[in-house]
Design a protein around this ligand. Structure first.
Ligand SMILES: Cc1cc2nc3c(=O)[nH]c(=O)nc-3n(C[C@H](O)[C@H](O)[C@H](O)COP(=O)(O)O)c2cc1C
Length: 352
């Protein structure tokens, strides 16, 4: 999409926003996906050359991506790319379709610029997403985030099956073991289970297949970071995504503060930044890091990049700032590189 195209998308969003906020949060999300499906197909936007970098063998035109959970079923990846995201992650997709938790399960905490969700991996399953993604013309970077069914008897087998099934349509795969809304799922981050899971994934990966990223929680204890990094490197994981939503509750003002689920958006920022720093010191730069959690401005994205993130992802800030945000952050990052006399975004990674 051209600059003008993105501007008109923004103008449309400004018109649409009051209606979206009048709707219950999940209904507003469905309406947004519906509107995006109607968007005419456009060429991918171009970005300043200084923003292009190679991470895990892939060339990212901009480091600002869409985090998982917005487009769970892979219905609108091309629309989101055309709105100015440098890459889009669809999912989480589980092997079999599942309904997720009872509604309401998604809450806007407007006073806090935050979201609480306990969706519970509602999705149409990998087979239908596979067919949908196989029909699209491959352009831009689209990652596929995979998970385990809630009622699965063998969660590790679910991940192995997901890697094998979704590899043909994925530019990268994300193994999501950090959602707080599937009881016990985060236990896969623990020592023995993690090693077993990563071994199963290594075996399931097709040779010549896409890189595999591991998405972790921000709620980890000292010592966990080193252990996770060692296991990931040993198993050939290509990057870590730091982080998912938090179960903790920093001070919040909204009446929805007491809702159960994962918290994201602005209040997650300090926690996610701390987790990123801990992972950077654990990796020493040996494993690429992708930052997520409370990123809503150029400053936020820049802070993560200089703290060691090669790429950033966002979701919750879109609810409050609209789909033009990714492009605005990308342009702001390019301006910052120019101000600092840096030729490429990769030169800023870990420079802080
Ligand atoms: C409504 C909602 C649904 C989400 N669903 C998923 C998901 O299915 N899989 C996943 O890995 N992360 C999911 N996330 C987490 C985001 O990908 C991201 O890690 C987190 O929200 C922090 O980024 P943010 O503060 O920019 O939203 C979800 C987040 C929200 C708000």
């Amino acid at each position: 999409m051209t600059g003008v195209g993105i501007c008109s998308a923004m103008a449309l969003y400004n018109l649409f926003r009051p209606f979206a906020f009048a709707l219950e949060a999940e209904a507003a999300h469905r309406a947004t996906i519906g509107a995006l499906k109607l968007m005419p197909r456009r060429r991918l936007p171009t970005f300043p050359a200084s923003l292009a970098s190679e991470v895990a063998g892939l060339r990212f035109p901009s480091p600002v991506g869409l985090a998982a959970g917005f487009d769970k079923d892979g219905e609108v990846p091309d629309a989101m790319l055309s709105l100015g995201f440098g890459f889009v992650e669809v999912g989480t997709l589980t092997p079999r379709p599942q309904q997720g938790n009872p509604r309401p399960r998604l809450f806007r905490l407007a006073e806090d610029e935050a979201v609480i969700n306990r969706m519970g991996f509602n999705n149409g399953g990998q087979a239908s997403a596979l067919a949908r993604l196989a029909r699209r013309r491959r352009q831009g970077i689209v990652g596929v985030n995979i998970g385990a069914n809630k009622d699965s008897g063998d969660r590790i087998a679910d991940y192995a099956a997901g890697v094998a099934a979704m590899a043909p349509v994925a530019d990268y795969l994300t193994v999501n073991i950090s959602s707080p809304n599937t009881p016990g799922l985060r236990n896969l981050q623990a020592g023995g289970e993690l090693v077993e899971l990563l071994a199963a994934i290594a075996e399931a990966r097709p040779s010549g297949g896409p890189p595999v990223f591991l998405k972790v929680a921000p709620d980890l204890e000292a010592g966990d970071h080193d252990r996770i990094v060692r296991a990931a490197i040993d198993a050939g994981i290509d990057a870590l995504i730091v982080a998912n939503t938090t179960l903790s509750r920093p001070p919040l003002r909204s009446r929805f503060a007491g809702e159960a689920g994962g918290l994201s958006g602005a209040p997650l920022k300090p926690l996610a930044q701390d987790a990123l720093r801990a992972f950077r010191s654990a990796t020493g730069g040996a494993l690429p890091l992708i930052a997520a959690g409370g990123i809503g401005s150029v400053d936020d994205a820049w802070d993560r990049i200089v703290a060691g993130a090669s790429l950033v992802q966002l979701y919750s800030a879109l609810v409050y700032h609209g789909p033009g945000l990714a492009r605005r952050i990308a342009d702001g990052l390019a301006a910052r590189l120019a101000e600092r006399g840096l030729r490429n975004i990769a030169d800023a990674v870990g420079s802080g």
